[in-house]
Write a protein that binds this ligand. Structure first.
Ligand code: ZN
Ligand code: MN
Length: 260
C-alpha cells in the first residue's frame, strides 16, 4: 500500500529523535498535495493525492530526502480541469484554508530547522493557493530572519514531451483535460491496480468548454462520467514509463535547483 511505500523516508512513520538526527544532514523535505475529487467511475477519488505522494516518495528516494504526510484535500474542483464541484464525493477546501495549512506546516518545518522544502502538487486547482501559503510563510520567516527555500512543482511538468507524444500520437489534449483520463489511469494501473475498475471505464468522450468559466458552476460541457478526455488507451506499461520518466526529470531538476 501507498502508506508504507519508502517508509524509511516518511516523517510520520519515524520517531522524533530519528527525525531530529536526520535533519542534521539538511535533507530536502517533500510535501505532496492532492485532493479528494471525483475521477470518473473507474478511479478512486484520492487519485491526485495518491499520485503526488508516489512522485514525492520516488523523488525523495532519489535525493535522499524525507517525506511528509500529504495534503489529501485540495482547492475546489473546476469544470475544465476536474469536472467541477457538482459530483458527490468531491470534497474541497476554501482557498484560504489550503493556504493556511501550508503556511502553518512551513512555519513548523522552519522551527525544526528544515531549510529545503519541495511541494509536489498533483491537483491543478491547488497551484495558486499553495503559492500563497509559501509566500506568506516566507514573509513570516523573514521577520525572524529564518531562511527557507521552497520549490512548488506540478509533477506533470516534468513528463518529457517525447513520452507524451509517443502515448498520444500527437493528440495530447493538455494537462487540464487529462483529468481521470489516459495519464492518471495509466499511472494508477502501474501503482495501485486493485483500485482501478477497468470494467467501469466510460466510453471515450471529451469535455467541450467555452474559453471562460461560469459561476455558480452548471456542469455544462462536463461529460456525465466526470472523465474529461479519452482514457481507454490507458495501460500499466504506459503508467510505468510515465512515472519513471517524470521522476527522473524531477530529480534532475531539483538537483540543479538545490545544487546537489
Ligand atoms: Zn487527477
Ligand atoms: Mn484534480
Amino acid at each position: 500500500m501507498i502508506e508504507t511505500e519508502y517508509a524509511h523516508r516518511r516523517i510520520d512513520l519515524m520517531s522524533w529523535t530519528t527525525y531530529r538526527d536526520r535533519l542534521k544532514d539538511d535533507p530536502i523535505i517533500f510535501l505532496p498535495a492532492g485532493a479528494l475529487e471525483q475521477h470518473g467511475p473507474h478511479l478512486p477519488m484520492g487519485c491526485d493525492a495518491i499520485l503526488s505522494a508516489a512522485m514525492a516518495a520516488r523523488a525523495a528516494e532519489a535525493l535522499d530526502g524525507l517525506q511528509l504526510p500529504g495534503l489529501r484535500y485540495g482547492y475546489k474542483s473546476q469544470s475544465r480541469s476536474g469536472g467541477g464541484q457538482l459530483f458527490p464525493g468531491t470534497t474541497s477546501l476554501d482557498g484560504a484554508t489550503l493556504t493556511a495549512m501550508l503556511r502553518d506546516i512551513l512555519r513548523e518545518l522552519a522551527r525544526h530547522g528544515a531549510r529545503r522544502v519541495v511541494v509536489v502538487n498533483g491537483h491543478v486547482e491547488n497551484q495558486w493557493f499553495l503559492t500563497e501559503g509559501i509566500d506568506l510563510a516566507l514573509r513570516d520567516l523573514a521577520r525572524s530572519q529564518e531562511e527557507m527555500r521552497v520549490v512548488r512543482c506540478e509533477y506533470w511538468n516534468y513528463t518529457p514531451q517525447a513520452v507524451l507524444e509517443s502515448m498520444f500520437e500527437g493528440a495530447f489534449p493538455g494537462v487540464d483535460l487529462e483529468h481521470a483520463a489516459l495519464l492518471e489511469t495509466s499511472m494508477m494501473l502501474a501503482l495501485q491496480p486493485h483500485l482501478v475498475d477497468l470494467d467501469a471505464l466510460p466510453e471515450d468522450a471529451t469535455g467541450a468548454f467555452p474559453g471562460h468559466d461560469v459561476y455558480p458552476q452548471t456542469g455544462e460541457g462536463v461529460p456525465s462520467s466526470g472523465v474529461l478526455a479519452p482514457a481507454r488507451a490507458a495501460s500499466a506499461e504506459k503508467g510505468r514509463t510515465l512515472i519513471e520518466s517524470t521522476v527522473a526529470e524531477m530529480a534532475a531538476a531539483l538537483r540543479r535547483e538545490f545544487a546537489i
